[in-house]
Ligand binder design. Structure first.
Ligand code: S3P
Ligand code: PEP
Length: 445
């Protein structure tokens, strides 16, 4: 999906208390996986609560291009009829994943196990992101990169394996995208495929594979790691998937409610898988009032209603081993840290450099142009909170949805308004962000 060349800036200024109850859109990670596993299963998959953001819609299109039947049956309700493990058809045109690392990398894994060739492409942001981390294990499984850019950059052509090999693979960094690509390729291989990670990353692929009928086990490995074993060539059956609300999207109204005095906001159905809730743990350590109720689960994914009230926050140190459980939330945590009293040190953030933008530098710039004292030291981010933020800056979003949303949240409570240069990329993960925040009382103009 391409965006118009004309940027759409927006200004956020201090508002009165934010109040109300909202449901943020469906979880992006689970939405991608439901479409992909639906396409690899035999029979019908019904998905409700799917995130209808650009990233996920690009994955839906790619599943269609690979031969699955994908239909929208109502608001956030989708039906997929799959082709079976190993059954993808060769796509006629390049698969365009737009801004989405997850869509691109997971589908690369799924394609690697099929005897077809496919061209993978994306926007300028995705074209700059590393794909070698995915291609390395997929080549060990028998896939080939027929053509590609410098250092494994998109666009590139993958020739899937006719006879994929099962492997045991230790991921070089904690990445659910690497793990998932190997497991999805491993579906088509005989025997068992094993992934070992020294820090556990989000486990939605494992939980959903089990839900679709695969034989998959996950046991602890070392202090923080996991060993995941998948038995190849299962018959995946279609399944019903209820997508809970995305905690990474909920993070924005949550931080806004914490920093705007007098706020009281309720968020329903927020997924609370412990491998995704590092931000909530950290905010609570900072003194945030976040109450959970209506705790329940579906297909192994727990969810809860969260009530968030404005709170006095204090600086904390966030340990590096927490990073995988909040990797997409450091930008908005840095905003919360700017409004806290005292220094917040976030350690071990090297992976932030290879997201939609270099998020370590972009986050530091976002704070700096708004008068917050911030240092990047190696892979650590150090924010000196002073209880208030001067604001008044214009933030460069660098084709990165989470920078745009974090900056707009910052403006909700800063002394002077905060402007973002382009809001277009918010549509990749949270299409209703602007109206939803306005419905709570945010002043965007
Ligand atoms: O598997 C997933 O759904 C995701 C994994 C994470 O990326 P990495 O695997 O690169 O850490 C995360 O940043 C991304 O937003 C979604
Ligand atoms: C990193 C992200 O997504 P992806 O890797 O799928 O582009 C994100 O949504 O913050």
């Amino acid at each position: 999906m391409t965006h118009s060349d004309k940027p759409t800036p927006l200004r956020s200024r201090a508002s009165g208390p934010l109040t109300g109850k909202v449901r943020v859109p469906g979880d992006k990670s689970i939405s991608h996986r439901a479409l992909i596993l639906g396409a690899l299963a035999v029979g019908e998959t019904r998905i409700t609560g799917l995130l209808e953001g650009e990233d996920v819609l690009n994955t839906a299109k790619s599943m269609q291009a690979l031969g699955a039947t994908v239909e929208r049956t109502g608001d956030f309700a989708w039906k997929v009829n799959g082709v079976g493990v190993g059954g993808f058809a060769e796509p006629k045109a390049a698969l365009d994943f737009g801004n989405s690392g997850t869509g691109c990398r997971l589908v690369m894994g799924a394609v690697a196990g099929c005897p077809i060739s496919a061209v993978f492409d994306g926007d300028a942001s995705l074209r700059s992101r590393p794909m070698r981390r995915i291609l390395d294990p997929l080549e060990k499984m028998g896939a080939k990169v027929v053509s590609g850019g410098e250092g494994g950059r998109l666009p590139l052509t993958v020739q899937g394996a006719r006879d994929p090999l099962p492997i045991t693979y230790k991921t070089p960094v904690a990445s659910a995208q690497i793990k998932s690509a190997v497991l999805l390729a491993g579906l088509a291989a005989p025997g068992t495929t094993t992934v070992i990670e020294s820090e556990a990353s989000r486990d939605h692929t494992e939980l959903m594979l089990k839900h679709f009928g695969a034989d998959i086990t996950s046991v602890q490995e070392g202090r923080h790691g996991r060993r995941i074993t998948l038995v190849g060539q299962p018959e995946l059956h279609g399944a019903n998937v209820v997508v809970p609300a995305d905690p990474s999207s909920a993070a924005f109204p949550i931080v806004a409610a914490l920093i705007v005095e007098g706020s009281d906001v309720v968020l329903s159905d927020v997924m609370t898988n412990p491998l995704r809730t590092g931000l909530f743990t950290t905010l609570r350590e900072m003194g945030a009032s976040i109450e959970e109720s209506e705790v329940r689960g579906d297909a192994g994914e727990p969810m809860a209603q969260l009530r968030v009230r404005a709170s006095k926050l204090r600086g904390v140190e966030v340990p590096p081993e927490r990073a995988p459980s909040m990797i997409d939330e450091y930008l908005v945590l840095a905003v919360a840290a700017s409004f806290a009293e005292g220094t917040t040190i976030m350690r071990g953030l090297q992976e932030l450099r290879v997201k939609e933008s270099d998020r370590l530098e972009a986050t530091a710039d976002m704070l700096r142009v708004n008068g917050v004292k911030v240092t990047v030291s190696g892979d650590d981010l150090i924010v000196e909170g002073r209880g208030h933020v001067p604001g008044g800056g214009t933030v460069a979003t660098h084709m990165d949805h989470r920078i745009a949303m974090s900056a707009l949240v910052m403006g909700c409570a800063s002394d002077q308004p905060v402007t973002v240069d382009d809001t277009a990329f918010i549509a990749t993960s949270f299409p209703d962000f602007i109206p939803m925040m306005r419905s709570l009382g945010a002043e965007f103009s």
